[in-house]
Design a protein. Sequence first.
Length: 278
Amino acid sequence: MKPALPLYAASLTALLSLSLSAEPKITTEVREENGRKATYMFIDGVKVHETDPAKSPQPKVVTPKPYDAEAAKAPATATVLFDGTEKTMANWTSKNGKKENPWKLVDGAMESVRGAGYASTKDQFGSCKLHIEFATPVNVKGNGQGRGNSGVFLMGQYEVQVLDSYENTTYPDGQCGALYGRSVPLVNASRPPGEWQTYDIVFRAPYHDKDGKRVKMGTFTVFHNGILVQDKVNILGRTNSNKPVAPDYKQPFFLQDHGSMVSYRNIWVRELKRAPLD
């Protein structure tokens, strides 16, 4: 994800889907910088993308669990979105849906192409369990957000950050396993660059009424390399759109092109029944 400091007022609406275990106090502050106004967002008094470790410490580094090939297999009830073949490359398209998959197939992996834009699933999903594997470039270039940067967007809106976070310091809510700009990962379970990593994501989509108003928050649970990094984190607000959405709203998954040659493999999804609306 692109660094968002400062956060300008035009993009403020897109940042109101904040993920925290309890509803936070959200405030903003407008400052004049370099002849233009910049709007900063604060969550419970902590600035989004805060870099001061006293205010937002780095997630603790832990040892990831060994890769479990058996657990990574797609169950019979899953929809396979990518399995390393040309056939499943065709399950993806450009972000606007007007072009074929803009990424390339390299040694059984789908690799981002600099400047080609996001890859999007042709199918749409709401609540689901998503398994996806990724590898950041083995040749390390840059640092912070400039190193192995990509992202997995559910419903085309909510990003689970992909980043080379192995011995790499950046703002905590932008580390690998973060809900970008919303929720810091509980720990840093990253493997070294070039090694395959896994996300297992349980996503419960928010509920909206017929007018598009959110009536129930969605949640994220994320396991990174077998380690819990997001624990039923609430998604506050609605999707990043000013248009009303239907109660059964679904959208594609996006994989982000952020200029790094990040690779993906073994992508499958199981749709989940929506939890009852309390």
